[in-house]
Every structure is written in structure tokens, then in C-alpha cells.
Design a binder for this molecule. Structure first.
Ligand SMILES: *Cc1c(COP(=O)(O)O)cnc(C)c1O
Ligand SMILES: [Zn+2]
Length: 421
């Protein structure tokens, strides 16, 4: 493997805290820390390994109220909290009494990641990718994106004062295009699906070795950012693990990293290593992992996406097989819901908890409901459902079905006459 593809001098070893190297998830081959993502032996994906020092609840609690409180558990320098960044994370874990009551769940929480700086969970992964990329000497942050990642990369690069290059499918929601373009980087719309955009980005990553494609050449570091969702849920529950979690699946990275976070917390003695079940949620219009789960397969057959849940519309999910492993190992499963159910899920969460989710949140809430109705979730177990994005980014999904009860002339009499009192 070529460390020379890094613009940093190959003789300087990057300062990435307790990260000790990269390990192939398939064959276990070990590599030094570098901007590489595939094993040269077997082409398996590389994952960051650590040599954790002493990390205590107190040392974490003394940190900032953002993802950098967990910096000792991430592939970032220990000084990262002091560098200009968007300070993502530490989003609310909302005790959802109303939604729980309506669904017949004894104890339900919503992890509301719409509260991040660019209103999706992607600020977490981009924050870690940028911190690592900086250590490797990169000066351009790039990505292929289904939308939220584009927002997060463009904003983080602006804040860090570096260039961004973002590629998105041309049919993306207008909100996400505007919310990327406003930050002033290079934004390119590609005619095709996300999987086409991803292929173009992979080719460009080969040609531009001085660009950090957050989810391509620095993907092992980027992916670790999702662990912070798991850490936060456990800390916000009072340093314990939930019993059931429902997580959306696009590439599948987030779901596998929440599991990694729960296991790390247990083995570091920061929580009791109690049992938990992880449930994956997909849109039926892009459900390759759910289909593989139901068919009892270990491999995921690619699909061509067609769903309103565009942030989850990855037809060829890189971490699909690991999602299958994780859900099977923990006793969970993967389920999918139709676009109609997604819209109902968005409205249900908004109506019961005052949280306006994007379509991905509609997917998890609808899957939560479907699994409960099918008896596949324990109604007495402590349950967390993830809302990973903001409904303002996917207005079109609900605009046709919500609106004014009436349009009236400007008088109180007209209000009374409309029968709304
Ligand atoms: C990217 C994204 C996800 C899931 O990401 P993975 O690729 O599975 O890690 C979930 N929700 C939203 C809103 C996203 O933008
Ligand atoms: Zn390998």
C-alpha cells in the first residue's frame, strides 16, 4: 500500500490520538495510519484500530458539549477541540412519552440529530474526517453525496477555511442544493443516481490524490464519527446501554459504528456490557439490506433506488453485509417501509413530539411502528429511535398532505364562519 498517496511527508506519522493503525475487516491485515480504505491483500474495507489509554466517565464529562468530548476514542489529535470547527453532536435525547404511549412502548427516546449544525448526523462524520484529513496534510475536502453530506462538507470546509468539492445527483431536493451552494465551495450536479455519483467520485479520487474524499479515501476515519451517536445515547441515558435501537441504513456505516461504540463502552468499563438489539430501517424503494436479511443471505444484491427517502437511497451499500452481521448477532433485524408509511412516520413524530424529521426519520419511526405491530420489538424494553435529519430539508415529502385548514378573508367573522372555533 502506498503511503505516498498522502500529500503529507511519508516519514511523519500523523497525530491521531489513540488510533494505532488500520485493520482489514475481512482478513485482519494491519496497516499504518494513512489515507487508505481498501486492503491490498483482499480488497476488504479498512477500519481504525486503537490503543486506548485511560478514559473515564469523568474525563469525558469534563470535555466540551460536542463530539470532541469523545476525542480520546476517535482518530483525531487530542487538541482537536481547539481547532475551528462546527462543533457537532451532543444533540438532544428526547424522552418521547407521547409517541411511546401512542405506540404502546413503555420507555422510548428519540435521538434527535436534526439539531446538528447543518441539521443532519453527517456533521459528526465530516468533523472526524476533516480532523484526520488535516493531519494527513490535505487541503481540499470532497465527497459524493445524497445531500446531507454535501451540506456538512461544504459548511465544515468553509469554517476550516479550505476548499470543498461536492458531487450530488442532479435530481436532489432543492433545499439540499441551496444549503450546499450557499457555503461557496465547488458544487457539481451529476446526471444519474447516487451510485453513479459515487463511481465518478472514486475515479476523481484516483486522479486528485491531494483531495480528501471524506467517504472514499479517508472513509475509515469518517466512519468512526458515527460512533459518537452510540456514545452520546449511552451517556445521556445515564451511562447505560439501551435495550433496543432503531437506526436508518444507507451505506450501513452508521449502524455498524453504533454497535462498535456500545461494545467499546462495555469493554472500557464505561457502561455495564448489557445486551442490546439493533434494528436497521430502510425505505422499501431502496431496501437491498432488508431484502437480503429477509432472504437469509450474507451478500447484498444492488438495487436501483426509487424512494422519497433520498438520504438513504444507496442501492449498493458498502457496509450492507456488516449490517446483516450486526443485526443477526444482536438479535435484531432489518425492515423496510413504503413511501406512504414514511410520510405517516414523519407526521406521527411531528404530531406527538413536536419533532419535524426528514424522510430518513420517517423511515425509522415507521419501522419502529411496524416492528411493534408485528410483535418483533419488546414493548417493555428501553428503546431509542434515531432521527438523523431535519424535515425542512425534505419539505416536498409532506407538503402535499399538510397545510392550512382553511383560507379565509381577513376577519374574525370569517374564522367563525369557517367552523374552526
Ligand atoms: C447518511 C445518512 C444516514 C445513514 O448513513 P449510513 O451511510 O448508513 O452511515 C442516515 N440518515 C441521514 C439523514 C443521512 O443523511
Ligand atoms: Zn484484507
Amino acid at each position: 500500500m502506498s503511503v505516498l498517496s498522502s500529500p503529507a511527508s511519508p516519514t511523519t506519522s500523523p497525530n491521531l490520538g489513540s488510533a494505532s493503525g488500520l485493520t482489514c475487516r475481512e482478513c485482519g491485515a494491519r496497516y499504518p495510519l494513512a489515507p487508505e480504505y481498501a486492503c491490498t491483500e483482499c480488497f476488504g474495507p479498512l477500519e481504525v484500530s486503537y490503543d486506548f489509554g485511560a478514559v473515564t466517565r469523568e474525563s469525558i464529562e469534563a470535555g466540551p458539549t460536542n463530539i470532541w468530548r469523545y476525542r480520546d476514542l476517535l482518530p483525531v489529535p487530542s487538541t482537536v477541540a481547539d481547532i475551528p470547527n462546527l462543533e457537532p453532536g451532543w444533540t438532544p435525547l428526547v424522552r418521547a412519552h407521547n409517541l411511546g404511549r401512542e405506540l404502546g412502548l413503555r420507555a422510548l427516546w428519540v435521538k434527535d440529530d436534526s439539531a446538528n449544525p447543518t441539521h443532519s448526523f453527517k456533521d459528526r462524520v465530516v468533523g472526524v474526517a476533516l480532523a484526520a484529513a488535516r493531519e494527513f496534510g490535505f487541503t481540499t475536502l470532497a465527497c459524493p453525496s445524497t445531500g446531507n453530506l454535501a451540506n456538512a462538507v461544504a459548511a465544515a470546509a468553509a469554517r476550516a477555511g479550505i476548499r470543498s468539492v461536492v458531487l450530488v445527483p442532479a435530481d436532489l431536493e432543492q433545499q439540499k442544493i441551496v444549503m450546499t451552494g450557499v457555503y461557496g465551495g465547488t458544487l457539481v450536479a451529476v446526471e444519474g443516481t447516487y451510485d453513479d455519483v459515487n463511481r465518478v467520485a472514486s475515479e476523481l479520487a484516483g486522479d486528485h490524490e491531494d483531495w480528501a474524499f471524506v467517504n472514499v479515501n479517508v472513509r475509515p476515519y469518517y466512519a468512526e464519527g458515527s460512533k459518537t451517536l452510540g456514545y452520546e445515547v449511552a451517556e445521556q441515558l445515564g451511562w447505560r446501554l439501551p435495550e433496543q435501537v432503531v437506526i436508518p441504513v444507507a451505506s450501513g456505516s452508521q449502524l455498524t459504528k453504533v454497535d462498535k461504540a456500545f461494545r467499546e463502552l462495555g469493554s472500557l468499563g464505561l457502561v455495564e456490557p448489557t445486551a442490546y438489539r439493533i434494528f436497521g430501517a430502510q425505505a422499501t424503494g431502496c431496501s437491498p439490506v432488508s431484502a437480503a436479511f429477509k432472504a437469509g443471505q450474507d451478500v447484498v444484491a444492488p438495487v436501483r433506488p426509487s424512494t422519497i427517502a433520498k438520504s438513504l437511497a444507496i442501492g449498493n451499500p458498502a457496509d450492507g453485509p456488516y449490517v446483516l452481521d450486526t443485526c443477526r448477532r444482536t438479535g435484531g433485524l432489518v425492515e423496510d417501509v413504503t413511501d406512504e408509511e414514511i410520510v405517516e412516520g414523519i407526521r406521527l413524530l411531528a404530531r406527538t413530539e413536536g419533532i419535524f424529521a426528514e424522510t430518513a426519520g420517517g423511515v425509522t419511526v415507521a419501522v419502529l411502528r411496524k416492528l411493534l405491530e408485528a410483535g418483533q420489538l419488546d414493548p417493555d424494553a428501553d428503546t431509542v429511535v434515531f432521527n438523523t435529519g431535519d424535515g425542512l430539508k425534505t419539505i416536498d415529502a409532506v407538503a402535499p398532505v399538510v397545510g392550512p385548514a382553511a383560507t379565509i378573508p381577513a376577519s374574525a367573522a370569517a374564522f367563525t364562519a369557517a367552523g374552526l372555533a
